[in-house]
Design a protein around this ligand. Sequence first.
Ligand code: PLP
Length: 403
Amino acid sequence: MTALDTVREIEGRHVLATYKRQPVVFTRGEGARLFDGDGREYLDLLSGIGVASLGHAHPGLAAVIADQSATLLHTSNLYYHPLQGEAAARLATISGLPRTFFCNSGTEAVEACLKFARRFWHTQGDRERTEFVAMEGAFSGRTFGSLSVTHDEHYREPFEPLLPGVTFVNANEPAAIAAAVTDRTAAIIAEPIQGEGGVRPLSAAAVSAITAACRTTGALFIADEVQTGLGRTGVPFYFQALGLNPDLVSVGKALGGGVPIGACLCSERVAQAISAGDHGTTYGGNLLACRAAVFFLQQIMEGGLLDHVKALAPHFERRLRTLALRHSLVTDVRGAGLMRGLELRVDATPVVDTARQHGLLVNRTDEKVVRMLPPLTITAAELDRGLDILDTVLAAVGSEVHA
Ligand code: PLP
């Protein structure tokens, strides 16, 4: 039996089959590289879906995790500890949103944003203002609240009824946004760049329509930055690049570099509407998670990591555009910074599978999109090596499609 067979056999009996896994068992990582059970090396242009932001086995992150675990891991939110405030202050500096609620994942961050938006209006005495407007193609998670603002029927339908009062609009139809947002809308929620929806940035027209709808109706705006946030696009948050002004921002993924942590950032006026007991979680913002987050934020803010992403982004984009010119299979190149998608004329599965066989990890979103979310620490040489492999893979898959 291979390592893969052994793992598959025991998972098949004991792990709930909620994931369709690819046929590989990873046992070790180093920077942008992963190694499987047979010692085979892979270049990781996905970083665990944008989570391993500092790459794998980052020595600095490993050291602070080891130190914190030997000092104090968890005390609960019944008591103070020194690290939540430090992590929150850093998030305030890079986002402009002064207050943070810590949780454990992206879906929980969105859940908190939705609850705080409703709580804001409740505190104002407006009990009717409970609805949400979300975008077609949105993915914001799988808990009941976040699933209610996730668009894909396939994820939603088996769990209905979901939250009432959610309207989905086509982000490319500004008039539809204007029509959907009313004085019953608690908040509009949108990803500045849709991740699972196929790496689709909000258009300038959508940004104007959201801004105008919030101004005329007073609705809050929630930026779901779970995938785009924390330097991924070459700026701290992509709402900043778009000129949006959110009241609430959800973050997750990159924040702990692999240690589970999410956060809901909010404006002072929203913060003023929240009272003790309104929301909470046992693990949220524990010492281990916050220590990892502070370390990650130090790399972004003082360690030159944001400048590194900014510097690498034009090169990444140029190389992807060259690939698009060389391969008629590619119909579009989208994204920003180190969050990129190549849309294909065909389903992206053969490209993802062939890439993995060639030692390159990318993934498929929205059927035809090859998505790349490399570690923020990836070097230009590693990126070039990955894109050389992708070039070979697109040629191989393209010739089969044409045959
Ligand atoms: N929001 C966005 C934009 C996401 O991309 C994701 C996950 O991919 C989520 C929310 C949910 O995050 P998590 O999987 O950590 O619960």
